[in-house]
Design a protein around this ligand. Structure first.
Ligand SMILES: NC(=O)c1ccc[n+]([C@@H]2O[C@H](COP(=O)([O-])OP(=O)(O)OC[C@H]3O[C@@H](n4cnc5c(N)ncnc54)[C@H](O)[C@@H]3O)[C@@H](O)[C@H]2O)c1
Length: 369
């Protein structure tokens, strides 16, 4: 199969869909790989390294998108949509639930869109979202700690405090992969941490593993308000797979937070958990609303793009191999968890969460194959 790897064009997106080592493996299996000129340059992978691994260099995006299977990182941006075509496989993060225009574009182009973030393994975990959530969770606390500093509009609180001055209150909403990693870094920095979640199993797990160092609270409306308004730093990371993020923190709660406190809305890629959030970029990561600093970067792992590229491609490569070796029909039919990744198929939405969030109809993948 011919596999294309375009250069990412989302602002400050430096990750790349395949490394030279991945290319060597795919070429060794008899596939052809077309890597767009300079696709990996920001993370230390030169065109020469890709050529030495057996890739051909595509001179422009159109050539990279001429492939049968396109492997990338972030959802297609507006100029990329016209380059996609009917029946072509697009394997990437897609985050369609909050994006009606992007979804419509992919439906009109007729692509077979498989979203990293909704692929599941045999245990119901999301193996292609987890590595980036691990990065984003750790970055969230670092970014939040920085935003709490005076020059960024923060209230000038050090997460860990100092002897004689108590530490900051960090409140994490959604104690999944992002939430736990954010809490671990905050714990390491000496902050006081509370995690709110609606999964009793998850709260029980967090309590068993971390004990009294981590306060766990069931995320009912009353508790949520109480903890949010008392927080110095809020990390928002609730998710229902495929769906737009639940909006858990309304503008009223934000208004009642302490001036200079900080919200890091990691869930912004799925629309965000905070009513006052809107996507930002690494170049201008924060804005202030109701005197609260908001950090809402939708591609946080790109801040550490080399680590992120290695972590992402470690997870995606086995799936790329399946698609290239078997074709999408066989690869998806053989693995119902992989088929959960199918979000759009030749003009149809094929994920319940995406369809419901956008108020549209959908077809189950098994109705199609
Ligand atoms: N901004 C970025 O760059 C970036 C990077 C990686 C992940 N993310 C996003 O971060 C979010 C979290 O990802 P994750 O991998 O941690 O997901 P996860 O599924 O591991 O965790 C989500 C948690 O939210 C909890 N939850 C669901 N509804 C809730 C509610 N109403 N109140 C409280 N908790 C609730 C779930 O029980 C679960 O524990 C996702 O939206 C993901 O796309 C963003």
């Amino acid at each position: 199969m011919i596999i294309g790897v375009p250069k990412e064009i989302k602002p400050q997106e430096y990750r790349v869909g395949l490394t030279p080592a991945n290319v060597a493996e795919l070429v060794g299996l008899g596939h052809s790989v077309l890597v767009e000129h300079d696709a990996g340059v920001h993370v230390g992978f030169s065109d020469e390294a890709y050529v030495a691994s057996g890739a051909r260099i595509a001179v422009d995006p159109a050539e990279a998108y001429s492939a049968e299977l396109v492997v990338k990182v972030k959802e297609p941006q507006a100029p990329e949509i016209p380059l996609l075509r009917d029946g072509q496989i697009l394997f990437s993060y897609l985050h369609l639930a909050p994006e009606p225009a992007l979804t419509q574009g992919l439906l009109e182009r007729g692509v077979v869109g498989i979203a990293y973030e909704t692929v599941e393994d045999r245990n119901g975990h999301r193996p292609l979202l987890i590595p980036m959530s691990e990065l984003a969770g750790r970055i969230a606390t670092q970014a939040g700690a920085t935003a709490l500093q005076m020059e960024y509009g923060g209230r000038g609180v050090l997460l860990g405090g100092v002897p004689g001055v108590p530490p900051a209150n960090v409140v994490v909403v959604g104690g999944g992969i992002v939430g736990l990693q954010a809490a671990r870094v905050a714990m390491g920095m000496g902050a006081e941490i509370t995690i709110l979640d609606i999964s009793h199993d998850r709260l029980r797990y967090l309590d068993e593993v971390y004990g009294p160092r981590l306060k766990t609270v069931y995320s009912g409306a009353g508790a949520l308000r109480e903890y949010i308004v008392g927080a110095d730093l809020v990390v928002a990371a609730a998710l229902r797979s495929g769906y737009r993020s639940p909006v858990l923190i309304d503008a009223g709660m934000v208004r009642d937070m302490k001036p200079g406190s900080v919200i890091v809305d990691v869930a912004i890629d799925q629309g965000g958990c905070v009513e006052t959030s809107r996507p930002t970029t690494h170049h201008a990561p924060t804005f202030i609303e109701h005197e609260v600093v908001h950090y809402c970067v939708a591609n946080m792992p790109s801040a550490c793009a080399r680590t992120a590229t290695m972590a992402l491609t470690n997870a995606t490569l086995p799936y790329v191999r399946l698609l290239a070796d078997l074709g999408y029909q066989h690869a998806l039919s053989a693995d119902s968890g992989f088929a959960m990744g199918l979000n759009v198929y030749r003009g149809h939405i094929t994920n319940e969460g995406v369809a419901e969030s956008l108020g549209q109809g959908w077809k189950r993948p098994e109705e199609i194959f």
